[in-house]
Design a binder for this molecule. Structure first.
Ligand SMILES: Nc1ncnc2c1ncn2[C@@H]1O[C@H](COP(=O)(O)OP(=O)(O)OP(=O)(O)O)[C@@H](O)[C@H]1O
Ligand SMILES: [Mg+2]
Length: 463
């Protein structure tokens, strides 16, 4: 089944998404940056014109539901016979889900053999989803932004996000390779098939025929992209900050330094930790724990087997009597989240940045991501804050949210915080300066009291 968006575009007779220019005769150039936030639950795409039309940016509406048109489920439909793929369902298609985590864990794991004998791995599925999204993104731009850009030769940029703790050379190269391969596959006339994805080898991806300059394909930590708006705003402060991104599957916690403005904003990640403790995982863990409590509290099997049981008089007596505060504090998931965030703050304070001014003036902590409103994360932060203040009165945290929609951004209908990473990624790479971590171990006398309190909460290493 063709998506209604694609069908409308074809009706209008617009330029195909596999093309990359409005017209190859255009001479005057215009940069367009595609920010691609590949999330575990859904992918978000924002395109920006950084140097023309006053930094105009727009979220790309490729979602399946009108109410969430900018949220594209991160799943790929594929046909084992032909190898054909799409991000919308089609007859005989199989569905491939959980792509982001599977790619991070085992990019080369074989998923299936196609009818022609080709073995395809998780990396090939990732390349295909990127290619399909890029093709439809250009298709949307050609159909809807012709008035703004049709006279220009488009210089394309592609920035893709990466979880902060994967921001290391090994993963960086892997991510960059699939982003480039995805771009090249999306512009090839051979179709976005799994076979073609598996033929996209690394050196092929850097070939000089590519319609995007390889230097303009960049991988940027999601948390860094999330703070771009803040870093450009009047309210920004230089110095140490902490950002906590609560995604569907992952909790990404990073300490970063924002340098004085010197024409460009510059960030450096100092401490990073990514754990599978996102909002959807929290939901599953809560359901499991609740079920266990109910079964324990009612000994359901015994009740069924004893006809002499004095039955409950009122319906509400069947509801579990659960002490929610106790439930939360003894909830293993809660303790893992607390340990993850607490350890990042502790490492920043004790090892990486003990002399930062923020310890005196109040450490800014940004709570972001689709899951930021799930109360568990806020409670963890409040509890960590209370503990630090108990142990070291001079330390304060300033917990804030980054939800201010930027000027000239178009993407109404979905709360801006869901699109903040994609929007941040739609800035050109120069905006970010050098993001690579610059550890600055400073030797200091560690305050024993502050150091100790976290040990109360470390029960089991999160795996
Ligand atoms: N208003 C809300 N209240 C509670 N939970 C929400 C709300 N909005 C979104 N969520 C949850 O947020 C999660 C999606 O957030 P987000 O889009 O940031 O994740 P993602 O980018 O797909 O995942 P990740 O960052 O882990 O790769 C889902 O689990 C969703 O249920
Ligand atoms: Mg995310």
């Amino acid at each position: 089944m063709m998506s209604s968006i694609s069908a409308n575009l074809l009706k209008k007779g617009v330029i195909s998404g596999s093309d990359t220019q409005f017209s190859i005769a255009n001479q005057e150039t215009c940069d367009l940056v595609i920010g691609l936030d590949l999330g575990t639950s859904c992918t978000k795409v924002v395109v920006q014109s950084p140097y023309r039309h006053s930094g105009w940016s727009h979220a790309i509406p490729l979602g399946l539901h009108v109410k969430e048109i900018y949220l594209i489920p991160t799943q790929l439909f594929y046909d084992v016979l032909s190898g054909k793929t799409d991000i919308v369902e089609f007859p005989q298609a199989k569905r491939f889900q959980n792509l982001k985590l599977r790619f991070i864990d085992k990019p080369n794991q074989i998923v299936c053999n196609l009818a022609d004998g080709h073995s395809v791995c998780i990396r090939d599925f990732s390349i295909c989803i990127i290619a399909n999204i890029l093709l439809k993104t250009r298709e949307w731009i050609f159909a809807n932004c012709s008035d703004m850009f049709r006279q220009y030769k488009i210089i394309w940029h592609l920035n893709m996000g990466i979880p902060s703790s994967n921001f290391q050379k090994k993963y960086f190269n892997l991510y960059r390779a699939i982003a480039l391969a995805g771009w090249n596959l999306s512009t090839s006339s051979n179709g976005i098939t799994l076979q073609n994805a598996s033929l996209c080898h690394l050196d092929e991806c850097t070939n000089s025929n590519s319609s995007i300059h390889p230097d303009l394909v960049n991988i940027i930590p999601e948390v860094t992209a999330e703070v771009v708006n803040y870093a450009r705003s009047e309210s920004r402060n230089s110095g140490l900050h902490v950002i906590i991104d609560v995604g569907a599957s992952t909790l990404d916690v990073a300490g970063f330094e924002l340098y004085e403005r010197t024409g460009k904003d510059n960030y450096s990640l100092i401490e990073t930790r990514v754990r599978r403790l996102g909002a959807y995982r929290c939901h599953l863990a809560r359901l499991k724990a609740m079920r266990r409590r109910i079964l324990q509290g009612y000994a359901v099997d015994e009740l069924f087997s004893d006809p002499s049981y004095r039955v409950n008089q009122r319906l509400e007596e069947y509801l579990p009597k659960i002490d929610l505060v106790d439930f939360n504090q003894n909830f293993q998931f809660y303790r893992k989240v607390r340990q993850c965030i607490g350890n990042v703050i502790k490492s920043l304070h004790n090892e990486s940045d003990p002399l930062a001014k923020a310890w005196e003036t109040g450490l800014p902590i940004f709570l972001c991501g689709g899951g930021q409103f799930v109360d568990l994360y806020q409670s963890v932060l409040n509890d960590i804050k209370a503990d630090w203040q108990k142990n070291s009165r001079r330390i304060n945290f300033k917990i804030t949210r980054l939800d201010q929609k930027p000027a000239n951004f178009h993407g109404d209908g979905v709360e801006f915080h869901r699109l903040a990473v994609a929007h941040g990624l739609s800035f050109p790479k120069e905006e970010f300066g050098d993001i690579w971590p610059k550890p600055k171990k400073r030797v200091i006398e560690i305050n024993k009291n502050v150091d100790d309190y976290e040990h109360h909460f470390i029960r089991k290493e999160d795996t």
